[in-house]
Design a binder for this molecule. Structure first.
Ligand SMILES: Nc1nc(=O)c2c([nH]1)NC[C@@H]1CN(c3ccc(C(=O)N[C@@H](CCC(=O)O)C(=O)O)cc3)C=[N+]21
Ligand SMILES: [Mg+2]
Length: 285
């Protein structure tokens, strides 16, 4: 096999650090709390939310899941968010994507108080990330988890050619900013990109967040490429595959597996951001 990047192990190590931070906070009388809003009954979303809840419980973080039927009104969700914004027991608020079509996702995400915005979606936090601002602000957990993972395998990204494929607000856009802040030379590719094969062939690090099974073949990348597969695609036979096909079994390339790569890092990083928000709130108590 192409060498696999062990996201599960790095996530476990991160969770050991988080558990010790939680203990310290609890000793100070501070219990970190996260609220997750889940709308509708998408089975994948239910799995992810359950994984988040389980991780929080294991670490001693309070978690509350609020579920709404797919038919819920925007007003009802906004009223719930306003309540959570005002609730001092809640440090972090996450509204699980995707939301039903009749709901304006941007409107909902913007209603979350910036200091409880655990996904880093609020314009205030996005702006801080893109400006590489000093001081603390929450940032999107999937790309941040990828940065933590990369640190283990590519300690210095300075001057590296980093290619991000996919420009979502959840992954591609913040990923571009984080790699840029780490001094990589970043290219953001998307559905209208014309010379993708050429970009792939010259990239040192490739982040694939497209949502199409086997979108990228490892044979198209450099012999020493590091490839991060963000895709989680469920095939008709129930098999879980990423966006990358490993057709270079004997190569020296590095690749994150699916499952066991980016997913566990996202969950661990979400817990990391939650306790950081609790620490921030305790400073101002
Ligand atoms: N507001 C918001 N914030 C998010 O961070 C967010 C979201 N919405 N919507 C959906 C995506 C996706 N996401 C995942 C979390 C955990 C796994 C995960 O646990 N993956 C496991 C396996 C999961 C499985 O078995 O399906 C793994 O890759 O090993 C995957 C994906 C968070 N997201
Ligand atoms: Mg608390």
């Amino acid at each position: 096999m192409t060498k696999l990047i062990d996201g599960k192990q790095v996530a476990e190590n991160l969770k050991v650090q988080i558990a010790s931070s939680v203990k310290k906070l609890i000793a100070l009388g501070i219990t970190p709390g996260i609220a997750v809003i889940l709308v509708g009954d998408d089975p994948a979303s239910q799995i992810y939310v359950r994984n988040k809840q389980r991780a929080a419980e294991k670490l001693g973080i309070d978690s509350e899941v609020i579920t709404f039927p797919a038919t819920v009104s925007e007003e009802k969700i906004l009223a719930k968010i306003n309540g959570l914004n005002a609730n001092p027991a809640i440090d972090a608020i996450l509204v699980q994507s995707p939301l039903p079509d009749h709901i304006d996702e941007h409107h909902i995400q913007s209603a979350i108080a910036p200091e409880k915005d655990v996904d880093g979606f609020h314009a205030h936090n996005v702006g801080a990330l893109f400006a590489n601002s000093e001081g603390y602000y929450p940032m999107a957990n999937t790309p941040r988890g990828i940065m933590t993972l990369l640190k283990e395998y590519v300690p210095d990204l300075t001057g590296k050619n980093a290619l991000v494929i996919g420009r979502s607000i959840l992954v591609g856009r913040p990923m571009m900013a984080m790699l840029n802040n780490a001094n990589a030379t970043v290219t953001l590719a998307h559905r209208h990109t014309k010379n993708l094969a050429q970009l792939v062939a010259t990239a040192d690090v490739i982040i694939v967040a497209v949502g199409k099974p086997h979108f990228l073949k490892m044979s198209a990348a450099k012999a020493d490429a590091v490839v991060i597969d963000v895709g989680i695609n469920r095939l008709e036979d129930g098999q879980l595959v990423g966006d990358v096909l490993d057709d270079m079994p004997d190569s020296e390339q590095l690749l994150t597996p699916v499952p066991g790569g980016v997913g566990p890092m996202t969950i661990a990083t979400l817990m990391q951001t939650t306790i950081e928000l609790a620490q921030q709130h305790s400073i101002f108590e």
